[in-house]
Design a protein. Sequence first.
Length: 221
Amino acid sequence: MAAAQGQRSDGAGEMESTEGKVAESAPLPFRAAVEALRGARLRPEIEIDPTKPPKRLAPHAYALEAAVVEGDEDLADGRLVLLHDPAGHDAWQGTFRLVTLVRAELEPEMAADPLLPEVCWSWLTGALQARGLACGEPSGTVTRAGSHYFGGLSERTPASQIEIRASWTPREGAGGVPDTALHLAAWCDLLCQVAGLPPVNLSYGEGSVVSLPQRRGPQTP
């Protein structure tokens, strides 16, 4: 998938310094999967950047952090990690694995819905299915949390948050490389849905997408 025109962060230096010199030392399928992530076309509300990946989950890893931004407000944020083990992994049933964390504030009426966890999980599976993506061994958790404020913070309105943690094995295509750009687009669809944005036509046109613009990083929960 070709990269869209517009501002993007140049992750190459960070990849070579803090992500284990991906461009030079990683297997070809992993390098191709990373390049596809970096060239993905995304909704303009998404601000996304490479970030330091975990070190012990797989021999090779690459990570992105993203936020759905409207004006000066972050409506949702998250992280997507691509893992690769050339030898394969029994639990993954493949050589690649995608791991995600998505977080958002909730409206009170939505937070009170007893079916909210099931609905949020269906948003993830639905986002993948809408993009025509096949995946294996999906697993995850949906956590709903509420905050009430006391003392010097008692004037604050009670707040609720949702957190989705999930992982799945993307189907590998030609050369053993999954379509990571399409998986990233589906993940961004999930982010936007959790943020409360309306869906858009999946046939993004010119001017409707941006590619890896600079962002300031997800908020600390």
